[in-house]
Design a protein around this ligand. Structure first.
Ligand code: HEC
Length: 191
């Protein structure tokens, strides 16, 4: 009998925090359209709740979490905070992206060399790697990375503990970054 009254525990806090870390606006648009389409055909509260859950999962493209974790390990082994800061980001400053207030942005030696060469570019060289840390006050909320590979940019966004939230080539990243210099938003090509 006692066991019947034992409290039920909610899923662990990390999972809840992770869903809160989503860049809210584009995700919501994507999920609402998915949910509305299915809901019009299958009414019912329970189904609706299940569909919302499935749609949120489907909308967060985390297609290559293992590759993202390998990238996280490599970037930390290389002590990314000792890399050069991105042009215009010589110290932490406010972000123009929706999901963090302040950012630190670092570029790896391959990208730094491309900037130093001061030759006009139309694309960043393979091996270029950029790491952005997003903060709310002093608390780090997310870490985002993009690495130029043979098949184009590999994208990853993590929570503070390095758990991948997005990975691969998520539309949410590529759409908003399409206006950048070969997808890079923080700074342009050398002139
Ligand atoms: C709604 C627009 C938007 C979305 C969505 C977005 N970004 Fe960004 N991102 C920016 C802007 C603007 C910057 C420039 C720096 C800043 O202001 O924070 C940036 C900067 C970055 C940088 C530093 C290099 C650069 O391009 O400037 C990385 C790395 C990055 N974003 C990764 C990601 C990843 C990974 C995703 C998907 C999970 C993503 N971004 C989604 C707008 C966006």
């Amino acid at each position: 009998m006692l066991a019947d009254r034992a409290p039920t525990f909610r899923p662990d806090g990390a999972i809840l925090r992770r869903s809160e870390a989503l860049p809210a606006k584009p995700t919501r648009v994507c999920c609402v359209s998915l949910v509305m389409g299915v809901r019009s055909r299958i009414p019912g509260l329970l189904l609706f709740v299940l569909v919302v859950g499935a749609a949120v999962a489907a909308c967060r493209q985390n297609d290559a979490p293992e590759a993202a974790t390998a990238l996280w390990d490599r970037v930390h082994a290389a002590s990314f905070r000792t890399w050069r800061r991105a042009p215009g980001y010589e110290q932490r400053r406010s972000s123009n992206a929706p999901h963090s207030n302040d950012v630190d942005i670092y570029v790896n030696p391959t990208l730094a060399a491309a900037l130093d060469a001061q030759r006009p570019l139309t694309a960043w060289p393979e091996g270029s790697l950029i790491v952005k840390e997003g903060f709310d006050g002093n608390e780090r909320e997310i870490v985002a990375m993009m690495e130029k590979r043979a098949d184009g940019w590999f994208w990853a966004e993590y929570d503070d503990d390095g758990e991948p939230l997005y990975s691969g080539k998520p539309d949410i990243c590529t759409d908003c970054h399409a206006s950048g210099a070969d997808s890079v938003r923080a700074f342009g090509f050398p002139k």
